[in-house]
Design a protein. Structure first.
Length: 301
């Protein structure tokens, strides 16, 4: 009966695929690890699966490795009361005895950042799941058809129904002026004015600090042929070279941007820096999710 329940669960979670697959190690079954096909330009993707523990002892998933990516980690998605989705890293996932754990859209998933090449439908992406007791388990994520959610560029953009952000209209002014106008157009409200500063621009990427209604954080922006757009909002992670590398920047470029952001914030004062660092988790936005949504606060809480 349990096998039937697991099979039905997997069938409901994943779209029809040519070759659903699973890996069994001891009492653990990893059923159809899959990545929905991200956009061609996306350096980021999300991995899903079903993990069944058929034994009498619990285990924990404590890590994941994906060699063709700069980093991979366990995350969960939470949607606040105002409809804003944010991703929060988690250190481990409990796999109870005689139970099944789902990694599914809008909940727990594997965040794969800094893909070394574009993915194609049908590709198998090698990975290693690290369990507290079962140890290292080799799997491969199958690249399934796109699911309508944009998991990349950090076009990892459709994590929830109400991402804030708006398309950049062609406008003049410096990059900093355009970025300020973009953020204010989307997030500034009469009862909660948005302050944007400092702004660090490096080629076609930028980091902008912002404060609003006693809160704050940082936005990572990218420029394409349509102008600037916000890929994500986060906090202290947006001063780390490793974060920028995971988003597709080269090592030297990532270090240069991190140093520039730190330098720009050096005179900001401890209170402002504390507010910028206080933003919890990561809110994924991306150009595709920007269109058609109303104004809202940038909120990491």
């Amino acid at each position: 009966m349990k096998k039937l329940i697991i099979a039905l669960t997997a069938a409901l979670m994943f779209p029809p695929v040519a070759h659903a697959h699973e890996v069994q190690v001891g009492d653990l079954e990893i059923i159809h690890p899959a990545i929905p096909l991200p956009p061609r330009s996306a350096p980021t993707a999300a991995g899903y699966m079903v993990i069944a523990n058929n034994g009498t002892a619990p285990d924990r998933l404590i890590g994941v490795e994906v060699p063709m990516a700069a980093s991979a980690s366990l995350h969960r998605t939470e949607v606040s009361a105002d409809g804003i989705a944010r991703m929060l890293p988690i250190k481990a996932v409990a796999i109870p005895a005689n139970d099944t754990v789902l990694f599914e859209q809008g909940a727990m998933h594997v965040m794969v950042m800094g893909l070394s090449r574009p993915l194609n439908q049908g590709d198998m992406v090698p990975a290693t799941l690290i369990f507290e007791h079962a140890g290292r388990v080799e799997i491969a994520f199958m690249v399934d058809p796109a699911d309508g959610m944009d998991h990349g560029a950090m076009d990892h953009s459709a994590m929830g129904p109400a991402h804030a952000g708006g398309p950049m209209s062609p406008m003049g002014g410096s990059d900093a002026e355009q970025i300020t106008a973009l953020l204010k157009a989307r997030f500034d409200r009469p009862e909660a004015p948005l302050t944007v500063a400092p702004i660090t621009v490096q080629g076609t990427v930028a980091v902008a600090g912002w404060t609003q209604d006693g809160a704050g954080g940082r936005a990572f922006l990218r420029q394409d042929d349509q102008g600037w757009f916000v890929e994500l909002c986060s906090g202290a992670s947006l001063v780390l070279p490793a974060t920028f590398q995971s988003m597709g920047l080269g090592r030297a470029e990532a270090r240069q941007l991190a140093a520039a952001v730190t330098g720009a914030e050096a005179s900001a004062g401890a209170d402002l820096i504390a507010r910028l660092n206080a933003f919890e988790g990561t809110v994924i936005i991306g150009r595709e999710a920007m269109a058609g949504h109303g104004h809202g606060a940038v909120n990491g809480n």
